[in-house]
Design a protein around this ligand. Sequence first.
Ligand code: GDP
Length: 444
Amino acid sequence: MFDTLSERLGSIFDKLTKRGALSESDVNEAMREVRRALIEADVALDVVRSFTDKVRSRAVGQEVIRSVTPGQMVVKIVNDQMVEMLGSDAETIDLNAAAPVPIMLVGLQGSGKTTTTAKIARRLTDREKRKVLIASLDTRRPAAQEQLKILGEQAGIDTLPIVAGQMPVDIGKRALSAARLGGYDVVMLDTAGRTHIDESLMAEMAEIRRTTNPHEILLVADALTGQDAVNVAKSFNDRVGITGIVLTRVDGDGRGGAALSMRAVTEKPIKLIGVGERLDALEEFDPKRIAGRILGMGDVVGLVEKAAANIDAEQAAKAAERMRKGQFDLDDLAEQLGQMAKIGGMSGVMGMLPGVGKMKKQIDAMGVDDSVFKRQTAIISSMTKQERKKPDILKASRKRRIAAGSGTRVEEINKLLKMHRQMADMMKQMGKGKGMFSRMAGMA
Ligand code: GDP
């Protein structure tokens, strides 16, 4: 996601932040490069222009040039401006209406409408505990209604029974009354698409809208089609009116043009993004997080959330208390390694930490991968209880035994012991003495 743009901006900012002082022409030069990077990422030209103008006018201000870290100030301004361009606050599907809340999905053929209908239904069922009915109003594509029915069965979501030969508007009305009678909270209407925008499609959508009065009208658009997706959104918004956008195939989108310009051009929020074919591959679109990812500031929020979801708080508190007392032994280290592995191992953590996005490739190349964790864990589990409590007693013969037992080498054991000593010292020094992850879990 956004890989190419992220790399380009990363190298521009590297140059900026390395300098002690910045002149106005340094800022202007950097803005020219940012502009080029955004255009290459396929961001709409108007959006690029207004973005760089705003950043420049804030960045050449005296306070930036005179600040202690002018480069970082500029990066922060770019970050803030990008968050604003993306819509500032995350917006989700609005269910604040009388049940059954009708949600209509529109978009071109192949954009991912049917899949997204099932994904959203699953999400509303799992996270919001809503009872959802889904219906396909697509009478154009043969088997479209069948496809939704099969997806519904896979997802465990009720679908409206198919009545052969019924017209879209009538299916819509039937879906609403079935939802009312069946006590559903939400009724989702998946509509027909075309390969391109045409008048008969727009007329059909407008008519369905008029007769079903949806609370949300979500446009589903394929991120890989770049600015075409933005134009499609604009057309649907002008003609039918939409309340939000779901951008699909963001998983394969290295450029990001559609994601970056959608909001600014249509003035409608991207509410969700599709990041894969599986039914759970649907994420919220949080401007702050997305900007962070693009600018290589890392997805710290994501890391914190992931850590919080996976870490046993009670165990973490116990470990923290032991560390505070300077009792960080090898059992504690093994536990920390286990927690790292749980939140996606080194590669998972690295990808999300600030500033390490770029380094990740180099680290991968060096071979510091997750197998290191597994080997370290194997070493610790080949030790006796006493050895784990008092690593000082580990002399050459014991190390040879452990190496043989864990299928590793004595050097690796020495490395591990050195790491443990360093960590133990660090823990003692840190006032609170909490481990990195238990602190993050506490923050979330
Ligand atoms: P529709 O014609 O708009 O209803 O499109 P479909 O829902 O049938 O989707 C077309 C294809 O795109 C299917 O193979 C889906 O699995 C795939 N697809 C949908 N959303 C995503 C996504 O977010 N990522 C990826 N990689 N594939 C997707």
